[in-house]
Design a protein around this ligand. Structure first.
Ligand code: GLY
Length: 331
């Protein structure tokens, strides 16, 4: 998982800069009177374009060398939700998830059909190679080699460039990064409405159409009137425990703090069944908490009352009150 020993100073600084850029995006939306839904989508889009994170460009690659992308978004004020899985040509899967929520009667679209819908909606399309970076290709080769699985031919011309964010991307990587980087965002707007968004490339070397928790409403993503959650980690465990929704259920129990509700699922149930990962959680008062059972999780918070704070390692910082929080973490 994320550990100080596998992180160079340059990479640490790059992640913190990327987190700050993401927080600034969400904060600007909210400061301009935007909704929580607008804030989580805009923040996630910036991070989908940042090759440091496992979503959009820079996503973890499937065993055939392609990027297959999953995303979900949920509006806590209406309980409306949209999700996509196995998307291969839509530049911003989080925006596609929002279109599913707002322009269809459905919640969840998968595979080629989801990309067809994206085209019909006029969402930007890119070749699948657009998502593939040199760094992620190197990680895929390591994972497949370790597993004794065939390595697909390396595409020519791979780079690690970030096309639309001002963050430098170091080219070195550690094998641990096969498991890092799902993007999650939760936000509360001036009206007190909550929203959650999660977007990911899934697991490096995944096959057979594997889908994790990120796009599954209630497992990796959930928001209601009082609570918003985005999760990261080994999706299979989050699916089995329906973690995001369970945290909101526990948070609504009398005498249970937001932190206790999150810890009960992450440090309790998830840990007990051998799962790893973490969550970002926010309530309708704008209180933001994190819970993780790993050495680190890329995360940060900002609000109209407190400046941005970003954290990577488990022992860094605490929780804060405020209307926006986001994180990206293992996977
Ligand atoms: N948590 C992301 C995944 O398992 O795909």
């Amino acid at each position: 998982m994320i550990s100080r020993s596998s992180m160079t100073p340059e990479r640490d600084a790059a992640y913190r800069a990327a987190l700050n850029a993401a927080l600034a995006t969400g904060q600007a939306v909210l400061a301009g009177g935007g909704s929580a839904l607008d804030a989580v989508e805009a923040t996630a889009r910036v991070m989908e374009d940042n090759p440091l994170f496992n979503a959009g460009r820079g996503a973890a690659l499937s065993d055939d060398g392609s990027a297959t992308l999953d995303a979900a978004i949920m509006d806590g004020s209406t309980l409306k939700a949209g999700a996509v899985a196995g998307v291969t040509t839509t530049r911003h899967p989080i925006s596609l998830a929002r279109r599913v929520m707002e322009a269809t009667r459905h919640v969840f679209l998968i595979g080629a059909g989801a990309d067809v819908f994206a085209r019909e909606q006029g969402l930007e399309q890119v070749p699948n190679s657009w998502f593939i970076t040199a760094r992620r290709w190197g990680i895929l080769e390591e994972v497949l080699r370790e597993d004794g699985r065939p390595i697909p031919p390396r595409p020519s011309g791979l780079t690690d460039e970030a096309p639309s964010v001002s963050v430098q991307v170091p080219v070195s990587h550690s094998p641990d990064e096969a498991r890092f980087g799902t993007i999650g965002v939760v936000a509360r707007d001036r009206a007190g409405n909550l929203a959650a968004a999660t977007t990911t490339g899934g697991l490096t070397g995944e096959r057979w159409g594997r889908v994790g928790d990120a796009p599954v409403i209630g497992a990796g993503t959930y928001a209601d009137a009082g609570c918003a959650v985005s999760a990261t980690g080994t999706g299979e465990y989050f699916l089995r425990l329906v973690i995001a929704r369970m945290i909101c259920v526990h948070a609504g129990e009398p005498g249970t703090s937001l932190q206790a509700a999150a810890d009960r699922m992450i440090k309790g149930d998830l840990t007990r069944i051998g799962g790893d990962g973490g969550v970002i959680v926010m309530n309708d008062r704008g209180e933001a908490v994190f819970s993780l059972n790993t050495e680190g999780m890329y995360r940060g918070t900002v609000s109209s009352l407190s400046p941005a704070r970003v954290m990577i390692y488990a022992d860094e910082g605490g929780n804060v009150d405020g209307p926006v929080a986001r994180a990206a973490a293992p996977h």
